[in-house]
Every structure is written in structure tokens, then in C-alpha cells.
Design a protein around this ligand. Structure first.
Ligand SMILES: *[C@@H]1O[C@H](CO)[C@@H](O)[C@H](O)[C@H]1NC(C)=O
Ligand SMILES: *[C@@H]1O[C@H](CO)[C@@H](O)[C@H](O)[C@H]1NC(C)=O
Ligand SMILES: *[C@@H]1O[C@H](CO)[C@@H](O)[C@H](O)[C@H]1NC(C)=O
Ligand SMILES: *[C@@H]1O[C@H](CO)[C@@H](O)[C@H](O)[C@H]1NC(C)=O
Ligand SMILES: *[C@@H]1O[C@H](CO)[C@@H](O)[C@H](O)[C@H]1NC(C)=O
Ligand SMILES: *[C@@H]1O[C@H](CO)[C@@H](O)[C@H](O)[C@H]1NC(C)=O
Ligand SMILES: *[C@@H]1O[C@H](CO)[C@@H](O)[C@H](O)[C@H]1NC(C)=O
Ligand SMILES: *[C@@H]1O[C@H](CO)[C@@H](O)[C@H](O)[C@H]1NC(C)=O
Ligand SMILES: *[C@@H]1O[C@H](CO)[C@@H](O)[C@H](O)[C@H]1NC(C)=O
Length: 827
């Protein structure tokens, strides 16, 4: 996976896990143990005695350190132990965690037959096998970054986020990074007494790591340890980040302002988090070798108890749960209870786009962030001897002479050692993976053309190997060109320690090939007698700004949201919102155990919806700082209703399609409410909010859902229904099957300081009419206003159509809600 190209988005990590599983199941004769997550009857500490109905000033609505809380926690833990002892055979299990703060339950490592016994024990509500998490949701983790200031201009200033604690459940953090340094000249003095963490130290995480910027750091490893032997070199048993992902995410959301980004001695600019003064609480729960939900849920349970304000989850399932609806998986339920406890939860939408129903964030109580390109592009180029200039990709220095001296151009297969004994496979002959394939005299001081082929296609060849070959054989530079047999490929700019560039388009590769063949003399057998083609690689490290943006990235997962494995659509909009997630600069871990090409670097330029989520987390911190009493759903609403569907050219935001380089006008299922606008989100005018009870009513309104499953997962009996799930008071309207007519209700609250008159406008989805009752209203500060939205079918299209509702206020607030409807019956 350590290469700069990715045709498939498939993760070699998943392949690795698969091999590990396959090996262990062959090796075992006894029943294989697994991790099971068990949910119990009875309220956890946070919701003991209905203490949760008052919105707190901060995330914490309960004091986990009070005597009563501690007593209650102990009772729960004892009851878990009691159940295990009395139900399972002695020695057949190992309890990994008791969850007690936001969930009452536990994780146990045991055999399937033992786990089955638990299902029938009174008090056990749910038994779910651990599906494992992906350590990274990044599409191509080797690429990320944020050296420039577009975001700081729009987002926070140097005080942004003060007083807020963002929790990161991820791969840990690099405590030595300047993005997380504590600035003694500009100390953070805000009161975060609502937060109480701990600083767990260990290898590569010395005691001074918790420095006032990083306020807490914990690691959760019992699940990973139970599943497979860990490698202490990479699976470091401390909050230290051996991967880079966790550091990247944390610095994107809350990294210090103005940190210089220097890679291979080149200064790329300065990096700043969205909320540079927010404090960071680290919950490491994902390891290079394996990630488990047991560790992640334990981390969430602790984060809520510690009192984080915002929780960003960069990890998630690879696919929907097998045997339950998406909203009721253990993971989604854990997030529901985190939200109930007042924590704003952001998830990456996923990196499996651009096909429909590829989202991995499902529930209306989380915010699922889709990823976009920003207006910055890094343009390298290859200058040919005939004066043609071909654009390429790569953060590389120019060839010697700053791109003006020309060097011999050599196609890899024309430079192989004819008497060599290596196999004549594409990896040796075309992809430049092995130095022994070449005649060193031919390639030295030349620019060598390597060609994308089977090895890159199946993810076994790497850019790292090309760079190593280039270094060993002293190439002047390398070019990796597209191959007509495989089509255009996706190349992301990553720093190369030798000169090089990626020519990702077949059409450009053909121009190079034509020139090369014209210039090159061959004998009767086709062997080269004279290389006359010449070229130079120009500097690829300078950014240009102002390109069309945002554009929904190809890899970004798409809606519609769905309720089960069969991908039956849900009446919920996913993804929720669009944020930058393409080629984002941010902090890295020099260990970079999963991405050798980035080893040694303190910063990396990476793409993925994982990179979009922390932008949302950071902006949520800014809103929370300004409005401490706002609930997570109010914060989510403020971001959604003020998001824009227009790009920097004033046109509708585009989305990249299946064909590399293709795009189309983005719709609600590509970008949710649109591209987040931090400054407008600070003053939304109206907000829509939903709380825990509303989410239960939403679940209870879904047709074909087993009421007892809702009760089992949430602990609450269905007593109220919304009539239709689309009546959940969220800032979008999604109806997956509209028969004739439906009136959905929304309720707005005025969070501005003055009375304001709003006039409604509906742009109906294809095949429908949308009527608003009342069409206009005046609303006092703190007042609420109900709106009936009547949607009628006029034409049977059987596919989703997209529209919107826009409320324009007399004081210039604009409240926009995306509407997505699939008409299935006209009568
Ligand atoms: C911080 O706030 C808490 C509660 O609001 C208060 O009890 C405490 O005295 C404050 N601490 C400081 C140092 O201001
Ligand atoms: C542990 O990881 C290191 C670094 O990747 C590797 O060199 C070493 O061989 C691994 N050890 C084991 C036992 O797998
Ligand atoms: C070559 O292309 C690059 C980027 O595409 C551009 O910056 C440069 O000016 C071009 N040079 C020439 C000689 O056309
Ligand atoms: C190198 O070339 C680039 C144009 O490709 C130019 O902007 C830059 O100033 C040159 N650097 C030096 C040191 O001449
Ligand atoms: C080519 O490979 C042969 C066999 O490995 C080796 O003996 C020979 O030195 C190589 N030629 C060059 C020029 O490296
Ligand atoms: C990938 O392609 C290369 C080159 O054809 C081949 O040698 C290798 O076996 C392939 N690997 C996999 C896992 O398919
Ligand atoms: C936030 O969550 C997303 C995915 O859900 C993840 O990719 C990203 O790393 C996380 N960011 C932070 C700041 O934790
Ligand atoms: C929508 O359909 C309902 C039920 O058929 C009907 O009563 C209502 O008048 C229709 N509204 C519009 C604007 O056509
Ligand atoms: C609306 O739906 C009709 C019927 O399916 C279809 O022919 C038409 O192209 C659609 N219009 C738009 C703008 O999608």
C-alpha cells in the first residue's frame, strides 16, 4: 500500500487481516475464540437517575468521580463479573473491559459456544461479535497536508477553540510534534474543569507528553492483544502514534497555529488546526496490526466519562453489520449514548466512493463528513527535448539545473540487463521495482520511464521501490507513466527524495512515448543503439491556488443511507456535510509503520474522509466555544443549514465520477447539505434540534423494524412514534419511498438575538411538488416555529430526485435544507 497510486481503494491492511485469520483458523483444532460485545439491562453511570435531561454547559453532564458514581460503576462491574462467573465455564473466557459510563456492558474474549450461553441470561440485551475496525479510513493514507491558510482565514483565529476539549479515538499521537507543543509565551489558561483525563505514559510517550495542549492520553489495547500477538515495535503499548493517522487528524482539528511545514528541507508553508487553541485528549484504540471495536467502545466510554466536548471517530466499520439494522449496531449505539451524554460525534463518511450507498456513517445522531478537494494544486511537469511540457504529479525537487538542463530519457525496458537472471515480469521490466533488472551504465544520470502495470494494479508494486531503485542506480530522475491497458490512474502528490513525477493520463503518456520512439534508434531486433530523447523534471513543490473547488473527491463515500446489508434506503441523509479531505497537510509520525514512503517525515499530505472529519470536529469546537450551551444537534444543524452548494467559481459544486477525471454536478448524496462554511455556521439564525428521546421515536417509526431489537439496543421501549421516520427534526428531508403525499414536520428555534421574518421557498425534487405551511413566519429570539412540508407525487420516477427548502430571513440569515425524495406511487 506504500505507493502513491491507487486504482482500487482496496486496503492491503484488510488483506493482511484476512491472511492472519486464515492462518490462525488452519492452525487451530479447538474452537476459535473471538471478542464479543455484550450490552446489559440497567442504566450506565451517565444516565443513572435520569440525570441527563438538563443540557450541561459542556460535554459532561455527570461527575464520574462522585461517590455515587463510583458506587454505581462498581455495582455494574461486579454484575458483569458475576454473570460471567455463573454462566461461562471457568478458564473459557477473559473479560477485556467493563463499559460503565455511557453503556452498561462488557467485552469478553471467548468461544462462540460460550458466547451463545450469554444470549439467554436474564439482563443480557445484546451479544454482538466484534467486527474489528479499520485502523485507517484513509483512502490512500500516504497522502495528506494543510500548509496554507485558507482554513485559518475562514476558520479560527489564534484563540479559536479555547476552553474546548476534542477527543480523538485513533492511532495515538506524536507527542514530540510542534503542532502539539505547549507555547509558554502564549499559554492556554482557559478553565477546562469540566474535563478530567489521565496521562498514561509508556514507550515513546514520556511523562511530559501531556503538556497542557495534550491534556490527556490513554490507550486501550486489551482487544487487540486478545486477538493476535502484537509486535511491540509497531504496536507500541502507549498513546504514541506509530502510524501517523492519529497525529494528522488531531493536528487538522486542533493543531497549533502557524507551524512551519518542512519536508525534505523544503518549506511548504504553515499549518494550523481549525481550532488551534482547543485542547487534545488522546484515546489510542487502533494498532497497526489490528483494531477492535472492544478497544474503540472502551475508548468512547472513557472519553465521555472524562468530559470531552467533541469526539472525532476516524475509525469505523468496513461494511454494514450483518445481522442488525445499521442504526442498531453496537458501534452506532455507543455513539447514540455519547450523544445523549452531550458529546458531538463526527465520523468519516467513508472512502468507498463514488458508487451509490457506499457510506459507512449511518445514524442521524452522528455527523458523517464527505471529502472534497480544495483550491490548491501541486503541479509538477516533465519538459521534453522538443519543448513539449507534460503536467505531472509529485512533491519533488527538479532535476539538477532547476529543470532547464536536459537529460537522456530511457524507457525502463530498454535499459534492462539482457544477461540478467531476474524474472521477466512487469515488476522487473516495466515498474522499476528491482535494481538488479537494469544495466547501471544505461540508467545512471538518466531520467527513466517506468510504466504502471500489473503490480501497481494489484497493489504489490510501490513508489518506494521505484525511489529505492532510482537511488541505488543513481537515476537523474524517474517518471511513472500511465498504461493504455489500465487507463488513467490516480496519483497523489507525496514527497519524493529523488526527482520524479507521475504522468497519470494515458493521453499524456502517449505523447511522451511518441517523442521517445521518434528520437530513439533501434537495431533489427529492436534493441536500442542510440538514446536521443531528452527531458527535464521541473519543481513539483510549489502550490498554485485558485483551482476550481470544492469538488467532491472520487473516493468519498456516497448516499443514499441504508438500513441493512441489502442496502434498503433509509429516510436519513448521508453524508451530512462536505469538508476538505483531499491532499491535506498535517502532522505525521516519523515511524509511519504502515506507510514506509513517509517514514522519517513530520508532516504528510494525505487524502480521505478521515481528513474531512477533523475539519468538522474543529469547526464544532469553534461553535461550542461561542455557544457553550448548544447541544450537539444544534451545532450539527448550524453547520448544515449554512453550508453552500456553490464552488469558488459560483457554479454548483461538482463531484468526481467513476471515470478518472470525470465529474458531474454534485447532489445531496454526494455532499449532504453542501460544503461547510465556518463563519456562517457561527450565526445560523435558526436551528433544528433532536435529542435522545427523538432518536428513539425515530427508530420506533421505522417500518419493518423489530421493536424488541430497539428495546434491546437502547434500553427504551417504544412509546412514541413520529408517524414517519422522516419527521425526525433534522436539517434535511429524505423520503426513500413516497406514496402520493406526505406532510413532514420541522421545528425551528431562533438562536439569533432579534425577531426575524422568514420567507420559505421550496425547490421540489423531480416528480414532486413541495408546499410549505406557513409560507412565511416571524419568530422571536428563543422562539420556536413549526413548519409543515407537504410533498406530493406528480410523476412516478422511482428514483431519488433532489431539491431544497430555503428560508430567507429579513436580517439576512439563510437557512437551507436539502430534500431528497423517491416517488414510488402516484396514488
Ligand atoms: C473553573 O470553573 C469551575 C466551574 O465552573 C470553578 O469551580 C473553578 O473554580 C474554576 N477554576 C478556575 C481556576 O477558575
Ligand atoms: C516487528 O515490526 C518491526 C518493524 O516493522 C519488524 O522489523 C519486525 O520484524 C517485527 N517483528 C516481528 C516479530 O514480526
Ligand atoms: C509547463 O507546465 C507547468 C505546469 O503545468 C507550468 O508551470 C510551466 O510554466 C510550463 N512551462 C512551459 C515552458 O510551458
Ligand atoms: C527554478 O525554476 C522555477 C520555475 O520552474 C522558478 O520559479 C524558480 O525561481 C527557479 N529557482 C531558481 C533557484 O532559479
Ligand atoms: C547483468 O547480469 C549478469 C547476471 O546477473 C551480471 O553478471 C552482470 O554483471 C550484469 N551486467 C551489468 C552491466 O550489471
Ligand atoms: C500482482 O501482479 C504481479 C505482476 O503480474 C504478480 O507477479 C503478482 O503475483 C500479483 N500479486 C497478486 C497478489 O495478485
Ligand atoms: C475524525 O473521524 C474521522 C473518521 O470518522 C477520522 O478519519 C479522523 O481521523 C478523525 N479526526 C479526528 C480529529 O479525530
Ligand atoms: C397533495 O395531496 C394531498 C392528498 O392527496 C391533497 O390533499 C393536497 O391538496 C395536495 N397538495 C397539493 C399542493 O397539490
Ligand atoms: C424527471 O423524471 C422524469 C421521469 O423519470 C425523467 O424523464 C426526467 O429526465 C427527470 N428530470 C430530471 C431533471 O431529472
Amino acid at each position: 500500500m506504500a505507493n502513491g497510486v491507487d486504482m482500487s481503494g482496496a486496503s492491503s491492511f484488510a488483506v493482511l487481516i484476512f491472511h492472519l485469520l486464515a492462518m490462525s483458523s488452519i492452525a487451530s483444532i479447538v474452537e476459535e475464540r473471538s471478542i464479543y460485545l455484550i450490552l446489559m439491562e440497567g442504566e450506565p453511570v451517565a444516565f443513572r437517575g435520569n440525570g441527563d435531561d438538563l443540557p450541561g454547559q459542556h460535554g459532561r453532564r455527570f461527575d464520574p468521580n462522585s461517590e455515587a458514581s463510583k458506587d454505581h460503576a462498581k455495582k455494574l462491574v461486579d454484575s458483569h463479573d458475576q454473570i460471567l462467573q455463573s454462566t461461562l465455564d471457568r478458564g473459557s473466557y477473559n473479560k477485556l473491559y467493563s463499559f460503565k459510563h455511557v453503556l452498561n456492558g462488557f467485552a469478553v474474549h471467548t468461544t462462540p459456544s460460550q458466547a451463545k450461553k450469554l444470549q439467554h441470561v436474564p439482563g443480557v440485551k445484546l451479544v454482538e461479535e466484534d467486527r474489528r475496525t479499520k485502523p485507517m479510513t484513509t483512502y490512500s493514507p500516504q497522502f495528506l497536508g494543510l500548509p496554507q491558510t485558507v482554513w485559518t482565514q475562514e476558520g479560527g483565529d489564534r484563540n479559536a477553540g479555547d476552553g474546548i476539549v476534542i477527543g480523538f479515538v485513533d492511532t495515538g499521537i506524536n507527542p514530540f510534534h510542534p503542532s502539539f507543543a505547549y507555547d509558554i509565551l502564549n499559554p492556554i489558561t482557559s478553565n477546562i474543569s469540566h474535563f478530567s483525563g489521565a496521562c498514561e505514559t509508556g514507550p515513546q510517550f514520556p511523562p511530559f507528553s501531556c503538556n497542557g495542549k495534550i491534556v490527556s492520553a490513554r490507550f486501550f489495547i486489551a482487544g487487540a492483544q486478545a486477538l493476535t500477538p502484537l509486535n511491540a515495535t509497531i504496536d507500541i503499548p502507549s498513546p504514541a502514534d506509530a502510524v501517523g493517522h492519529g497525529s494528522h487528524v488531531a493536528s487538522t482539528a486542533a493543531g497549533n497555529a502557524g507551524v512551519p511545514v518542512v519536508v525534505n528541507s523544503f518549506f511548504y508553508g504553515r499549518a494550523s488546526g481549525m481550532a488551534p487553541r482547543a485542547r487534545i485528549a488522546v484515546y489510542k484504540a487502533v494498532y497497526p496490526t489490528v483494531g477492535t471495536f472492544a478497544d474503540v467502545v472502551a475508548a468512547i466510554d472513557q472519553a465521555v466519562a472524562d468530559g470531552v466536548d467533541i469526539l472525532n471517530l476516524s475509525i469505523g466499520p468496513d461494511e454494514p453489520p450483518q445481522d442488525t439494522v445499521t442504526f442498531l449496531s453496537f458501534f452506532d449505539i455507543a455513539m447514540l449514548f455519547a450523544r445523549r451524554a452531550g458529546v458531538f460525534v463526527v465520523q468519516a463518511a467513508g472512502n468507498s466512493g463514488p458508487g451509490p450507498s457506499t457510506v459507512l456513517s449511518y445514524s442521524p445522531w452522528t455527523v458523517g463528513a464527505a471529502a472534497s478537494r480544495i483550491d490548491r494544486r501541486y503541479l509538477g511537469s516533465l519538459l521534453l527535448g522538443n519543448g513539449l511540457n507534460i503536467s505531472g504529479v509529485g512533491l519533488s525537487a527538479p532535476t539538477f539545473g532547476n529543470g532547464s538542463l536536459l537529460y537522456k530519457l530511457v524507457l525502463a525496458k530498454d535499459a534492462i540487463n539482457l544477461s540478467g537472471t531476474f524474472p521477466r515480469t512487469p515488476q522487473y521490466v516495466e515498474e522499476c521495482q528491482y535494481p538488479e533488472a537494469f544495466d547501471p551504465n544505461v540508467v545512471r544520470d538518466s531520467i527513466v520511464i517506468c510504466t504502471f502495470s500489473a503490480g501497481f494494479y494489484n497493489d504489490t508494486s510501490t513508489l518506494t521501490a521505484i525511489i529505492d531503485t532510482a537511488r541505488v542506480l543513481r537515476f537523474m530522475g524517474f517518471v511513472l507513466v500511465a498504461n493504455p491497458s489500465y487507463g488513467d490512474f490516480i496519483g497523489q502528490p507525496i514527497p519524493y527524495s529523488v526527482s520524479g513525477t507521475l504522468i497519470t493520463k494515458v493521453a499524456d503518456a502517449k505523447i511522451i512515448s511518441q517523442y521517445y520512439e521518434q528520437q530513439t534508434l533501434r537495431d533489427a531486433r529492436g534493441l536500442v543503439t542510440q538514446f536521443n530523447a531528452k527531458a527535464a523534471i521541473r519543481d513539483g513543490r510549489f502550490a498554485s491556488f485558485g483551482s476550481q473547488a470544492p469538488i467532491v473527491s472520487r473516493f468519498s463515500s456516497r448516499g443514499p443511507d441504508f438500513i441493512d446489508m441489502d442496502r434498503n434506503p433509509a429516510d436519513v441523509l448521508k453524508p451530512d456535510i462536505l469538508a476538505p479531505g483531499h491532499e491535506i497537510w498535517a502532522a505525521w509520525s516519523p515511524l509511519s509503520t504502515l506507510d514506509p514512503i513517509l517514514t522519517g517525515y513530520n508532516f504528510a499530505l494525505i487524502s480521505g474522509s478521515s481528513m474531512a472529519a477533523p475539519h468538522i470536529a474543529g469547526i464544532a469546537a469553534l461553535i461550542k466555544q461561542k455557544y457553550p450551551s448548544w447541544t450537539p444537534s444544534m451545532i450539527a444543524s448550524a453547520m448544515s443549514t449554512t453550508a453552500t452548494k456553490f464552488d469558488n467559481n459560483g457554479g454548483v459544486i461538482m463531484a468526481e465520477g467513476f471515470e478518472v477525471g470525470s465529474s458531474y454536478a454534485a447532489n445531496n448524496f454526494d455532499f449532504g447539505a453542501g460544503f461547510v462554511n465556518p463563519s456562517r455556521a457561527m450565526d445560523p439564525g435558526l436551528v433544528l434540534s433532536s435529542e435522545f428521546e427523538d432518536y428513539i421515536s425515530f427508530l420506533c417509526s421505522m417500518p419493518n423494524i423489530d421493536r424488541s431489537a430497539i428495546r434491546a439496543a437502547t434500553g427504551v421501549w417504544c412509546s412514541q412514534s413520529l408517524g414517519h421516520p422522516a419527521n425526525l427534526n433534522i436539517p434535511s428531508v429524505t423520503i426513500s419511498a413516497l406514496r402520493r403525499s406526505l406532510t413532514v414536520k420541522r421545528s425551528f428555534k431562533n438562536v439569533a438575538t432579534k425577531p426575524e421574518t422568514y420567507v420559505g421557498l421550496a425547490i421540489p425534487p423531480n416528480g414532486t411538488t413541495v408546499t410549505l405551511h406557513p409560507p412565511w413566519f416571524t419568530i422571536a429570539p428563543d422562539g420556536t416555529q413549526d413548519l409543515d412540508i407537504e410533498i406530493n407525487v406528480t410523476q412516478l420516477t422511482n428514483v431519488f430526485g433532489f431539491g431544497e427548502i430555503i428560508l430567507t430571513g429579513s436580517l439576512n440569515h439563510i437557512v437551507r435544507m436539502p430534500v431528497s425524495v423517491r416517488p414510488v406511487s402516484i396514488v
